[in-house]
Design a protein around this ligand. Structure first.
Ligand SMILES: Cc1cc2nc3c(=O)[nH]c(=O)nc-3n(C[C@H](O)[C@H](O)[C@H](O)COP(=O)(O)OP(=O)(O)OC[C@H]3O[C@@H](n4cnc5c(N)ncnc54)[C@H](O)[C@@H]3O)c2cc1C
Ligand code: SF4
Length: 568
């Protein structure tokens, strides 16, 4: 590698570097630039500008050459990568050769490699963690105790909720703290029916309106971002020209851009973090330019690692030095271990004969939600922790395909409203286990010369028992509601299918049993902060991304204060 002159080095030097521009990286960029730091945001994928780079956002179904399907020949190029292969969202999919990895045990790893990351793909469900979630590990002794409690994060939840725009109802539930809500999105009649039955039959269970990152009533802070009210088109994962839902592209990144302090560098694949042995801290990052394949270096006083959970593990594992031969900050030897996720194996569906005179008016980009009710106040089942559940109902048009000739034509041209259907999907907490881990392959590398990640994570007996209980409980609730054809299944889906992978760089009080302190700061390399899913000590039953946002804003605030105190 060529040596940099002093001038070249200065040109590549910033106050802060953020690795990744997805949900957590976007927040790091917004907070750090907002506090005056010249910040370089490194993103491995291409640039995606809000509105102009959403090519299918306003297309009608008949405008797609293959009516939404992806031809088999094209599909084959994506290998077994489950990348939402629909014609309207194909532009977000990545091909396997972009980043092959080794599945020691089957693992579904969904990635979004472009500016905005998975913030353009997500389902936008956003719930706060409760006190019970942060207390979980301390209560049952699995994983280590969190170094913080709900009260530490509560003001930061408020901070990010106000800016992102979260719709929801103040339900007053101890298991699901209320937030700074915009008006909730209504449930439809079949969901409301189930809500009523659950409220009547159970003291400890509720079905609530899903809390989600949609601007249902724009506030001045949202219009200042250029975002408008959600139109309920439910075409969100094409990219939303209204900025109706929260994404880095519609919200945090343009806000950071406006400060004049952000430099966004797409096509920049971070290889590793550079550790300065003399200074005893990180000095910058090594990057492979995806267009030229050239290795480059960038320098900064503060580094935020936000590549999404498994990538952040990969980057730290690949950041070796004499001081840290096993990965940056890895004195405990636990880097890459205690990977956990959410258990999405349970699914249930049913039909309802009632409400024949009703249909839905408009579309619902959200769904209903049943917060955790298992093992909340005491251990009451033969498995640890619990599960939350998404619930959604609807009524579609069905075509009678019987008959011949004119009769068949008449049937096809006159579809009728079908029965109401309703479904539920489990979101269970998996208990982090040391044996569930990621590590680097000693031989295999990707096209950028970066070691391939080995994923080694599998289901435990606790997960099996939880799925069984979930299926029983939801079969009971659906049956009590008078639903017909109730079918509950254990899909045995791969770990990672939830797309909520977490852990590997967990937070904790003791540097011997954790990597990060209560400020998301590496215990042994204080100017490196990890605030995406990698930092999670346990997984709770809530969707995770709102918590990553809150952690990121809190850590950025601390980092800037520490920098001003000259501690970094
Ligand atoms: C279909 C779907 C539905 C989902 N629904 C929900 C939901 O309802 N609620 C919820 O809370 N979560 C949901 N999620 C998960 C949510 O998207 C993630 O939790 C969230 O995006 C994680 O944020 P992040 O910043 O860690 O990673 P990402 O948003 O994935 O961003 C990471 C960024 O880092 C970049 N990057 C990675 N490696 C490098 C590198 N080496 N160098 C430079 N850049 C790099 C990537 O290209 C990417 O842009 C869903 C995800 C999907 C796909
Ligand atoms: S439903 Fe709302 S957020 Fe989704 S695409 Fe439509 S306007 Fe945008």
């Amino acid at each position: 590698m060529a040596y940099l002159t002093i001038d070249a080095k200065a040109a590549n030097t910033y106050d802060a570097i953020v690795i990744g521009s997805g949900i957590s990286g976007g927040w790091a960029a917004k907070e750090l630039t907002g506090k005056g730091l010249k910040t370089l945001v490194l993103e491995r994928g291409r640039d995606v500008k809000h509105v102009t780079d959403y090519p299918t956002a306003n297309m009608n179904p008949w405008e797609f050459e293959h009516r939404g399907q992806v031809p088999l020949a094209v599909r084959a190029q994506y290998g077994k990568t489950r990348s939402f292969l629909r014609e309207e969202t194909l532009h977000w999919a990545i091909k396997p050769d972009e980043q092959p990895f080794v599945e020691e045990q089957p693992f579904t790893w969904t990635r979004g490699y472009h500016v905005g990351g998975k913030s353009l793909l997500w389902a936008r469900q956003t719930q706060r963690w409760s006190e019970f979630d942060f207390e979980g590990p301390a209560r049952d002794g699995f994983a280590v105790d969190w170094p913080i409690r709900y009260a530490d994060l509560a003001p930061w939840y408020s901070h990010v909720e106000k800016f992102a725009g979260i719709s929801g109802n103040k339900d007053g539930l101890p298991t699901l703290p209320d937030g700074e809500f915009l008006p909730p999105i209504e449930l439809n009649c079949v969901e409301t029916h189930l809500q009523g039955v659950i409220a009547q039959k159970y003291k400890d269970r509720q079905l609530i309106q899903g809390r989600c990152a949609h601007v249902t009533k724009p506030q001045p802070i949202h219009t200042a971002q250029g975002r408008a009210q959600c139109q309920h088109r439910t075409l969100c994962n094409r990219g939303c020209p209204f900025g109706g839902y929260f994404s880095s592209n519609a919200s945090t990144l343009p806000w950071a851009e406006k400060t004049g302090n952000m430099t966004l560098r797409p096509h920049s694949v971070v290889h590793s973090i550079i550790y300065d042995e003399k200074k005893g801290k990180a000095s910058g990052v090594r990057v492979v330019d995806a267009n030229t394949m050239q290795m480059m270096e960038f320098y900064a006083n503060i580094i935020f690692v936000n590549g999404s959970a498994l990538n952040s593990n990969l980057i730290l594992l690949n950041s070796t030095s004499s001081r840290f031969p096993n990965g940056l900050g890895n004195d405990s030897g636990l880097l890459g271990k205690y990977i956990a996720w959410h258990n999405y194996r349970g699914k249930i569906s049913a039909e309802y004969d009632g409400f024949q005179d009703k249909t839905t008016d408009g579309r619902n980009p959200s769904n209903g939600y049943v917060p955790r009710f298992r093992n909340v106040y005491k251990q009451e089942t033969d498995f640890l922790r619990g599960y939350a559940t998404g619930v959604g109902g609807g009524r579609g048009m069905v075509q009678n395909r019987e008959g011949m000739g004119l009769e068949l034509k008449e049937h096809l041209l006159n579809p009728q409203l079908g029965p109401w259907h309703i479904s539920g999907w489990m979101q269970g907490e998996t208990v982090p286990l040391e044996k569930n881990h990621v590590r680097l392959d000693p031989n295999l590398k990707d096209k950028y010369g970066i070691p391939q990640l080995i994923t080694s994570a599998g289901w435990a007996e606790n997960d099996d028992k939880m799925v069984k209980d979930w299926m029983e409980q939801f079969t009971e609730m659906f049956t009590l509601a008078g639903f017909k054809n109730v079918k509950a299944v254990d899909t045995h889906s791969n770990p990672g299918s939830d797309i909520h992978e977490m852990g590997g760089v967990r937070m904790g009080k003791d540097p011997k049993t954790s990597l990060l302190n209560k400020w998301n700061q590496l215990h042994h390399c204080k100017n490196v902060f990890v605030t995406d899913g990698a930092c999670m000590t346990s997984t709770s039953t809530q969707n995770p991304s709102l918590t990553y946002m809150a952690f990121t804003a809190r850590a950025a605030d601390y980092a800037v204060k520490e920098m001003k105190r000259k501690n970094l």
